[in-house]
Design a protein around this ligand. Structure first.
Ligand code: A3P
Ligand code: MG
Length: 280
């Protein structure tokens, strides 16, 4: 029997067609993984003698791969990328991919560091609906295809671990950690830090003082799917695909810690505004 195009029966071609149709979760995961493979090859080929060149090439190679792959796989969707020109069409688009082609660019250019990531998220009608963070140097990818199980709750007597920027930790996070008797876990890359909370390496990620939507969209999509608390540090919702993609602060933590943390953050902020001698 011939098919409508006069060729051989369909069975083989349907199977191969089905295997190439991926849902949005799988697209996010597969693209994050493949971009990570490009970055790993680049790192091996280039070495670490010229970190600035490696950083520039890394941002560009990964952005170009992701941008063209999304153009092929999801031609009707808009893209907001850290490394791309901001296309105003995204503001009226129903679906927008928010990507950070290389998060933790500084760490990527330092030999031996494993705290850098590729972020791919999909925003649809006001919500993050899919996301993936690949950690190529750690050999792992966390995604909404199969969100990770949260690790066991830690016994109350154990010190909480707050992961924060390795190179620019906000001063108030240091004060918060001191007041709470918590330990700081410095690390590069917002994605790597949120994955550290997902994997039980830390309990809390806090940032303030500057960041953009692409730094957190994909890891927040995975964190929410896994059941973590995600918000601004004043407890407000994190919203994405805003006209201005600046999203300067974030709190990600195990859900049972969120009320206590938001109250502690408020206290530290109140003390800060009361005067420098009261803050420590
Ligand atoms: N004050 C600030 N202003 C703007 N971006 C910031 C920032 N602090 C951190 N970031 C961005 O957040 C990501 C994680 O930073 P950190 O490792 O210091 O925690 C980095 O993304 P990129 O590596 O994609 O540029 C970094 O540029
Ligand atoms: Mg980033």
């Amino acid at each position: 029997m011939e098919n409508v195009f006069g060729g051989r029966p369909w069975s083989g071609s349907i199977l191969s067609l089905v295997s190439t149709i991926r849902n949005d979760h799988e697209v996010a995961r597969d693209l994050a993984v493949e971009a990570g493979q490009h970055l790993t090859r680049l790192r091996t080929r280039s070495g670490f003698d010229e970190p600035e060149v490696l950083r520039t090439l890394g941002d560009r190679v990964s952005h170009e791969f992701l941008f063209s792959a999304l153009g092929r796989l999801r031609p009707s969707d808009a893209v907001l990328s850290e490394e791309g020109v901001d296309d105003p069409k995204r503001l009226s688009a129903r679906r927008v991919w928010i990507i950070d082609p290389l998060d933790g660019t500084r760490e990527f250019s330092e030999e031996g560091r494993m705290d850098w990531a590729v972020h791919v998220a999909l925003w649809e009608n006001g919500e993050l609906v899919a996301g993936a963070v690949s950690l190529p140097a750690q050999g792992s990818t966390l995604s909404t295809v199969d969100p990770p199980w949260l690790p066991e709750e830690r016994p109350a007597e154990q010190r909480l671990r707050i992961t924060t920027s390795r190179t620019r930790p906000p001063e108030f996070v240091r004060r918060l950690a001191t007041r709470m008797g918590a330990e700081l876990v410095p690390m590069g890359s917002a994605g790597a830090k949120i994955c550290a909370v997902l994997l039980g390496i830390a309990d809390i990620y806090i940032h303030a003082g500057g960041q953009y939507e692409w730094d957190s969209a994909a890891p927040v999509a995975v964190a929410r799917a896994a059941g973590l608390h995600t918000s601004r540090i004043d407890g407000a919702n994190l919203t994405y695909n805003e006209a201005d993609p600046y999203l300067p602060d974030i709190l990600v933590c195990r859900p049972e810690l969120s009320s206590m943390l938001l109250a502690s953050i408020r206290n530290v902020a109140d003390l800060d505004s009361a005067g420098p001698h009261t803050g420590a």
